[in-house]
Write a protein that binds this ligand. Structure first.
Ligand SMILES: Nc1ncnc2c1ncn2[C@@H]1O[C@H](COP(=O)(O)OP(=O)(O)OP(=O)(O)O)[C@@H](O)[C@H]1O
Length: 310
């Protein structure tokens, strides 16, 4: 059952068309990604979903409600992350949660939430003394304090170090496991690939594809490459005879075999049958990054932008 339905959404700011015909649905209980480069229109789209912006055209339904007309009800049932500048420096973690909790009908248990988000020790810490990762987790806690049915998380891991990022990914999975539908806005391919059940790829205000990460990757015309070093003697004909193999190359003692996705299984079976041992097995497959480039015609966010703070 869809909990969010967006149809032909349009939104412009003056002469800038930010969202130019975006449609998608989000099913209950999934982690749905909105993936695109900076300026693609992701934030504007989710702000229309939250009722923070009025669309110029199209329709948005959230839990069967109109997010602009029924904004009070939508706010009760949809949790959104706060921008960090929206909290006063001296406000303590526990005070912030108490304050935001008072806005909601359904209130989460704060001690449980603090423990769940790894913030129990910071309960009396002032906001400005929190680390980047702790601030990020507090913003997620504030999004969950009203026991929402949907959580909208925008650029959740921007600015976090690799460990902070992995911890946050685990956290998002735990949120989903509690039955909360998650909308995850990101320009970070590895995050989308790891977390999302389905993704809408947005480019220049338009949806260019909606699919599972593996569905998007399978649309790429790339080949799987299997690399290994045979320990025992291997005649290339053993590999070239396999219907799944399109090419076999030798580079020093390394063999590289290319073919469709099934080539890995075919090569491993052929080696096992002939009891040929090997070392240094590596497999290169088309990535979500490759899919993004092929769908949008440009590279994903350059790595330098992953640490930006916007
Ligand atoms: N308040 C605003 N006034 C004018 N233009 C805006 C405003 N907000 C966004 N835009 C423009 O609309 C377009 C879409 O912006 P939006 O923030 O929705 O994209 P985004 O995909 O979320 O990008 P980012 O990842 O950089 O936040 C961009 O060209 C942006 O410059």
């Amino acid at each position: 059952m869809p909990v969010i339905e967006v149809e032909h959404l349009h939104k412009r700011y003056g002469d800038t068309v930010a969202v130019d015909d975006v449609s998608f649905t989000v099913e209950q209980g999934e982690i749905f990604g909105v993936l695109g480069r900076n300026g693609a229109g992701k934030t504007t789209t989710v702000e229309c979903v939250q009722g923070l912006r009025r669309a110029d055209g199209g329709t948005v339904r959230v839990l069967g409600l109109d997010p602009v007309r029924d904004r009070t009800e939508v706010r009760q049932r949809v949790g959104a992350q706060l921008q960090e500048s929206q909290l006063p420096d001296k406000l303590r973690v526990r005070e912030a949660l108490d304050l935001y909790r008072s806005f909601y009908r359904n209130r989460a248990d704060i001690d449980e939430l603090l423990a769940d988000l790894g913030l129990a020790e910071q309960r009396d810490t002032a906001f400005h003394k929190l680390s980047g990762g702790q601030k990020q987790r507090l913003s997620v806690a504030l999004a969950l304090v009203g026991r929402p049915e949907i959580a909208i998380l925008d650029e959740l891991t921007t600015g976090l170090d690799p460990k902070g990022r992995r911890d946050t990914w685990d956290l998002v999975e735990r949120i989903r496991d509690r039955g909360v539908t998650v909308v995850l806005v990101t320009h970070f391919m590895a995050e989308a690939e790891r977390l999302c059940d389905r993704l809408a790829v947005i480019d220049a205000g338009r949806v260019v594809a909606i699919d599972t990460p593996s569905g998007l990757m399978s649309r790429v015309d790339g080949e799987t490459r299997v690399h290994f070093r045979p320990v025992d003697r291997l005649d290339d004909a053993v590999l070239t005879a396999l219907p799944e193999v399109t090419s076999v190359r030798r580079d020093g003692d390394e063999v590289t075999v290319t073919g469709p996705e099934e080539v890995l299984q075919a090569v491993l079976s052929a080696l096992a049958e002939r009891k040929i041992r090997y070392a240094g097995l590596r497999v290169d497959q088309p990535t979500l990054d490759d899919a993004f480039v092929s769908l949008t015609g440009h590279a994903g966010a350059p790595p330098a932008l992953d640490g930006r703070s916007s």
